[in-house]
Design a protein around this ligand. Structure first.
Ligand SMILES: *[C@@H]1O[C@H](CO)[C@@H](O)[C@H](O)[C@H]1NC(C)=O
Ligand SMILES: *[C@@H]1O[C@H](CO)[C@@H](O)[C@H](O)[C@H]1NC(C)=O
Ligand SMILES: *[C@@H]1O[C@H](CO)[C@@H](O)[C@H](O)[C@H]1NC(C)=O
Ligand SMILES: *[C@@H]1O[C@H](CO)[C@@H](O)[C@H](O)[C@H]1NC(C)=O
Ligand SMILES: *[C@@H]1O[C@H](CO)[C@@H](O)[C@H](O)[C@H]1NC(C)=O
Ligand SMILES: *[C@@H]1O[C@H](CO)[C@@H](O)[C@H](O)[C@H]1NC(C)=O
Ligand SMILES: *[C@@H]1O[C@H](CO)[C@@H](O)[C@H](O)[C@H]1NC(C)=O
Length: 821
């Protein structure tokens, strides 16, 4: 009676088994994998093979993806260029001769085949999905022999651990990565990443078949252009180059880490992504190309790209721009030519210049010999008049081998992983002597300047001594600074001097009125012109505190800040003395229909960049953090060369609110420039300045005031108008009509987008000035601005005037919720 239950159990077990193990990892002769939801799952459960639709596409493909990762990450596609267009009984079958084929329409169409010519020796070849992600065809179940075919030899856009990227020279097989066309179309896109073989192999990224990025040749430790330390915790990599094979390969250090190299077709990057299980996201570990210097031939022939340089392209020593005009306009493609007459083999006209930390140039026209030394290499180069440079082939152990370039040197940069490159120029100095001479010159220069400085210091000391004895006009103020004692002098002007200079604050001398009081022009007895700000507020500050604040402001020195010359305190009067700027303030030119015509786009772009740099200095680079609080066009003064200088900075501190960030009952700002949190709650921070900068940016681009502007079809102010145009994809319509010819649509669109970021309602959503400066000066992708919720709507009959008011009167500012479109 025990037997029936046993058979039942067996039956049950079998049922269970067949259910669980339905997910097998092999396809044999008498099986097939149909498009009915069935898949192959690798032995350890890491990878899965089956039919899928990429993104929202209706096309169907056979692919391999990670089974355990919640974001479907397809690492390989079989029929990438030949999709199954309609669901129609498609299946994967292994044929007798050893080919895996994808059939659809009841065997009628062959969509994809492994196309193996090597015949299987046994009559029953099988297909197996290995736990490495490799799909292989083997002779039989138990055969551990060579694979008849493997998917690792036919990569798509992803390089998995253990895969080889490169050449098998014996068979001519080139394994290379090709990006997807788009996120929902796996067919071959235009980014290719491969090993280029030649005298000196390297990895190259092509974009639409044009060179886009090269790693530089392998120098034994690294590629000369990519800093990639081998001993990192995530993976190990190697580059093998011998007569049979040339390839790059990496292996993960831990089997539980998931990390891949993938070509990103939207960003045109080769990225290393690592899966973070906790957050269930892929994070980017490394991206190539890294910066604009990595982009192929950015600086043209014989140009050197220095990412920290300004500009980034510089000619090699001994070279000059081929076309200085284009070069200065930042069009570097023409590159550089020798600046001195060079004659092959002529004494004093032929030599080498050593350049350190260089990414080696394009190796297509180079020649190598592994067994000769650097000295012999140099001799070889001197022998041949077409030789332009040489270097070691391998940098390990002090360097060995020889690499020689003929023709122009293309695609060099300054890089950490780089090496010494010896470039041929007209010089009598062999590199060593040259260096030594340089050192001697340096030492002499330092000694001489030290002596000079000491002499000067002595003179100053003597003069000071003399001056002090005679008069007390100059006050010496001691100031504690970072633990040290600093002795600073700032000219003190007495009230009588100022009254004379300003003709007793005559209305004729009045230049304007800012948030903290009127400004007068003054003329000192010695004919020097000055600007005097008469601070209207009597703050609770004592004399000493005020003086200290003035000194702090005087210390702020930047090309784009108006210089503080001195101060005056007497009774209730407190005054600041500035350098006088003969040109007008920005608003008078920008908003004047005649004069604004002379302010073309390059000038405006220069102005807004300079303002950004000045503000960056106030916010981050100076020792104090200064919040301007009243940044506006009338506070930007222009010098004779139309360079802008920010004025009125630091007044918020001088007027008694010395917090870095905080709230205040006194609102000193100007309608139309004030950030919402400042206008309503009196909260100010560097981000409220960023907001004002955003407004200023729009005004400079459009040539219109944020205030007092009417648009016929809506009653938005300038911000609302800009937002609407940007949403509609036509930000260029914002530009001042008189700019139409001089402007770059691309720069204008960028400026508008940056300003919208600065105008975000929430301070945290606004970038800081560091990012703004970077965004203005680079071509990086900038984030999309979020919906601008609150906008200060135009309020009729408002005067363009600064206000110093108590926050109790906030209802002066009309806030309205604006629905963009
Ligand atoms: C599938 O293929 C069969 C045979 O070729 C054809 O008759 C049928 O119309 C196809 N079905 C679809 C949905 O295309
Ligand atoms: C398709 O081929 C398989 C074997 O490869 C065969 O069993 C099946 O009958 C064929 N189907 C049709 C409709 O020909
Ligand atoms: C198979 O390979 C041969 C040559 O290697 C080629 O001519 C043929 O077109 C290929 N067939 C398919 C279906 O890819
Ligand atoms: C190097 O320069 C040659 C000649 O200009 C060009 O054909 C080749 O594509 C370049 N190589 C790389 C890796 O960019
Ligand atoms: C490329 O990068 C973008 C932005 O990070 C991302 O959304 C996209 O999925 C990436 N594509 C691939 C193929 O990794
Ligand atoms: C390298 O140079 C050595 C010495 O000059 C020479 O014997 C050898 O043949 C050269 N090798 C190659 C590959 O040119
Ligand atoms: C110089 O080198 C180039 C490239 O290796 C070669 O084609 C040329 O013949 C050499 N010229 C002489 C004079 O050796």
């Amino acid at each position: 009676m025990a037997i029936p239950p046993l058979t039942l159990i067996c039956k049950l077990l079998w049922l269970l088994f067949s259910q669980i193990c339905y997910a097998t990892d092999t396809i044999t002769q008498d099986q097939q994998l149909s498009d009915d939801g069935s898949t192959l799952v690798s032995n350890g459960g890491t990878f899965e093979l089956g039919f899928f639709n990429p993104g929202s596409s209706n096309n169907r493909y056979v692919g391999i993806w990670y089974k355990k990762i919640s974001i479907k990450t397809v690492v390989w596609v079989a029929n990438r260029d030949n999709p199954i267009v309609r669901h129609n009984s498609s299946k994967l079958v292994i044929r007798q001769e050893g080919n895996l084929v994808l059939l659809s329409n009841n065997n009628q169409s062959l969509l994809w085949t492994t196309n193996v010519t090597k015949k299987a020796s046994s009559s029953s070849p099988i297909v197996q999905l290995l736990d490495t992600g490799n799909l292989v065809i083997k002779d039989g179940i138990n055969e551990e022999s060579v694979f008849l075919w493997q998917s690792f030899d036919h990569p798509c856009d992803t390089l998995l651990s253990g895969m080889k990227l490169g050449w098998d020279l014996r068979t001519g097989l080139n394994r290379r990565l090709t990006s997807w066309k788009s996120w929902d179309d796996p067919s071959s896109g235009d980014i290719v990443w491969e090993v280029v073989i030649g005298n000196n192999p390297e990895l190259v990224m092509w974009k639409s078949k044009v060179d886009y990025f090269r790693t530089g040749p392998y120098t034994g430790n690294m590629f000369s252009g990519v800093y990639a330390p081998r001993n990192n915790p995530l993976y190990n990599w190697k580059f093998v180059s011998n007569k049979d094979e040339v390839y790059f390969q990496y292996t993960l250090s831990n089997s539980f880490v998931v990390s891949i190299i993938v070509l990103n077709q939207t960003l045109n990057l080769r990225q290393r992504l690592t899966w973070i299980p906790d957050t269930k996201t892929w994070t980017v570990y490394q991206s190539l190309p890294l910066d604009s210097c990595d982009v192929y031939n950015t600086c043209g022939p014989n140009g050197n790209c220095i990412i920290a340089g300004s500009p980034i392209c510089q000619c090699l020593d001994g070279f000059k721009p081929k076309s200085p005009q284009q070069w200065n306009a930042m069009d570097w493609r023409q590159g550089c030519v020798r600046s001195e007459e060079w004659s092959c083999g002529v004494k004093n006209k032929d030599g080498f210049q050593r350049l350190a930390s260089m990414k080696l140039p394009n190796t297509t026209f180079s020649w190598v010999n592994e067994s000769i030394t650097l000295e012999e290499c140099r001799a070889k180069c001197l022998e041949n008049c077409s030789c332009t440079a040489y270097s070691n082939l391998d940098t390990r152990g002090g360097g060995s081998g020889c690499s020689i370039w003929v023709g122009e040197l293309v695609d060099m940069r300054d890089v950490k992983s780089g090496q010494d490159l010896y470039v041929r120029i007209a010089t009598s100095d062999p590199d060593g002597k040259h260096e030594r001479q340089k050192k001697v010159i340096l030492v002499v220069a330092i000694t001489v300047s030290l002596v000079l400085v000491m002499l000067l210091a002595f003179c100053v000391y003597m003069i000071k001594k003399k001056y002090k004895g005679k008069t007390e006009i100059r006050m010496s103020i001691e100031q504690k600074d970072q633990g040290g004692q600093e002795d600073l002098e700032l000219p003190f002007f007495d009230l009588a001097t100022i009254i004379t200079a300003t003709n007793n604050f005559s209305i004729n001398n009045k230049l304007g009125e800012g948030g903290f009081g009127p400004v007068y022009k003054g003329l000192l007895v010695d004919e020097q012109e000055i600007a005097i700000k008469r601070l209207s507020r009597s703050s609770g500050q004592g004399l000493k505190e005020f003086r200290n604040e003035v000194i702090l402001c005087a210390k702020l020195q930047h090309r784009n800040l108006v210089k503080v010359l001195g101060y005056c305190i007497e009774g209730e009067e407190k005054m600041l003395v500035y350098e006088y700027m003969p040109n007008k303030s920005l608003d008078l030119i920008l908003f004047n229909s005649v004069e604004s015509k002379f302010l073309d786009w390059p000038m405006r772009f220069n102005i807004l960049n300079a303002i950004a740099r000045g503000l960056l200095y106030l916010h981050h680079d100076s020792r104090l953090r200064i919040i301007h609080r009243d940044l506006k066009a009338s506070n930007i003064l222009l010098d004779n060369d139309m360079n802008p200088k920010i004025s009125d900075f630091g007044l918020a501190r001088l007027c008694g609110s010395d917090q870095v960030e905080g709230s205040t009952s006194i609102i000193a700002g100007t309608h139309g420039y004030m950030a919402p949190e400042y206008a309503i709650d009196g909260l100010f921070s560097i981000k409220s300045d960023v907001f004002s900068f955003g407004v200023l940016l729009l005004e400079i681009v459009s040539g219109k005031k944020n205030k007092g502007l009417t648009y016929q079809d809506h009653d938005h102010n300038l911000i609302g108008h800009a937002w609407r145009l940007w949403k509609e994809g036509t930000p260029e319509q914002l530009i001042d009509a008189c700019l139409a010819n001089s402007c770059s649509i691309y720069e204008v669109a960028r400026c508008v987008q940056i300003s919208l970021l600065c105008l975000q309602h929430h301070p945290d959503d606004r970038p800081n000035m560091t990012s703004v400066v970077v965004m203005l000066s680079s071509e990086n992708v900038i984030p999309e601005p979020k919906e601008l919720g609150f906008l200060i709507r135009r309020v009729s009959n408002e005067r363009e005037q600064s206000s110093n008011r108590q926050s109790s009167s906030i209802n002066e500012v009309t806030m309205s919720l604006l629905n963009a479109r």
